[in-house]
Ligand binder design. Structure first.
Ligand code: PLP
Length: 378
């Protein structure tokens, strides 16, 4: 259905049309062409000191990253439980096993203490994890210093799922540049979209070359088709890259707008007991891709679902937070380290409309409906 106020709607107000026309007239629509190179270099310049490979989704970027890290049949990979299924599914594609870890309450991302518990427990079983996947949920940077310290202590590479955190920073550096490999998503409702798309980032030039090679069917540089390895058809196409380049030119403006939207929600919903926000701190700057709130049903008498339904009836799209993967039926088999933090966040949380095109009037309407519903029970 189409909403009066959607959760996160893309804007195409820059050079998208101009660049697309250039692609069409060049005839290079597929996975080679000037916009792929331009998009990659713009992205690399943006995040500083890293190189980027443009791919056709965030999921394929995660899959390829795990291949590059040497994950294979029977391996174990630690993964933040509180995330979208795409963070963990590629572990299973490779015949490896996810080991889920709970979140901490500050950033809602992987809890460093529980991460260390999980590593020690797996080591005691004689099973050293091959990689650690962490997520910057809804754009909020994870506790990178603590996580990297533990990862380095045990010599386990970090894969940063920065799918939602394009442009977010932690201690002044961009999310996606802390781990051995980082990935972005440019899916339809992310802060930068190419329709469908993703990217893999790393400082390691060897890994960049290998990512390009494996994502284009592992073709040898010969006049005929010669393959020494199994590759993937994961490269971004030139049309998507043209849209992506135009979108990246707007990224800073959009982050400023999403942060303003977040600030306005805080102002409009201030001082409501039992209602709180996912909040960044002096170390971190979230892109606030989505503004997310927690509603304590015991304090307010109103559940997140009740607010969702009221807003839905008024044409306003909201969404629950990700249901933790350790609670997903399909992942029943996977070990989990932690308590009920991510489960509680899931049961209380709601993502509010955060499109760049959202107006102050829209926000007043949304917050008015929320306040009205809360006032019915108090
Ligand atoms: C969107 C998303 C992905 C997957 O990206 P796609 O481009 O949709 O494949 C992975 N992880 C997280 C946390 C996401 O939000």
């Amino acid at each position: 259905m189409s909403y009066l106020v959607p959760l996160s709607f893309p804007v195409f107000e820059g050079n998208e049309n101009l660049y697309l026309q250039k692609v069409m007239s060049s005839g290079q629509l597929a996975t080679s062409g000037e916009f792929i190179r331009k998009f990659e270099s713009k992205l690399a310049k943006k995040v500083v000191s890293h190189q980027a490979v443009a791919l056709n989704s965030g999921t394929s970027a995660l899959h390829l990253a795990l291949v590059l890290l040497g994950v294979g049949q029977g391996d174990e990979v630690i993964c933040q439980s509180f995330t979208f299924c795409a963070s963990a599914n590629p572990i299973v594609y490779l015949g490896a096993k996810p080991i889920f870890v709970d979140s901490e309450e500050e950033t809602w991302n992987i809890d460093p203490e529980l991460l260390e518990d999980a590593i020690l427990s797996r080591l005691a079983l004689g099973r050293k994890p091959k990689a650690i996947i962490l997520v910057h949920l809804f754009g909020m940077p994870a506790k990178m210093n603590e996580i990297l310290e533990i990862a380095n202590k045990y010599g386990i590479p970090v894969l940063e799922d920065a799918a939602e955190a394009v442009g977010s920073t932690y201690q002044g550096s961009y999310c996606g540049t802390f781990g051995t490999i980082g990935i972005f998503s440019f899916n339809g409702n992310k802060i930068v979209t190419t329709g469908g798309g993703g990217a893999l980032l790393t400082k390691d030039a060897g890994l960049i070359e290998r990512a390009k090679y494996l994502s284009t069917q592992a073709r040898e540089d010969l006049p005929f088709y010669q393959h020494l390895e199994i590759g993937y058809n994961y490269r971004m196409n030139n049309m998507a890259a043209a849209i992506g380049l135009a979108q990246l030119e707007k990224l800073d403006t959009w982050i400023a707008k999403r942060r303003l939207i977040n600030e306005r929600y805080r102002m409009l919903l201030a001082d409501i007991p039992g209602l709180s926000f996912q909040t960044d701190n002096e170390d971190s700057k979230s892109n606030y891709w989505l503004t997310t709130i927690l509603i304590d049903e015991q304090l307010t008498g109103v559940s997140n679902d009740r607010l969702r339904v009221v807003l839905f009836k008024n044409g306003i799209e909201t969404r629950f937070l990700w249901k933790p993967l350790h609670l997903q039926p399909v992942y029943k088999f996977a070990p989990f380290y932690g308590g009920s933090t991510s489960e509680k966040l899931f049961l209380k949380g709601l993502c509010l409309p955060s499109s760049v095109s959202l107006t102050f009037e829209d926000q007043k309407l949304i917050c008015g409906l929320i306040e009205n519903e809360l006032s019915k029970v108090s």
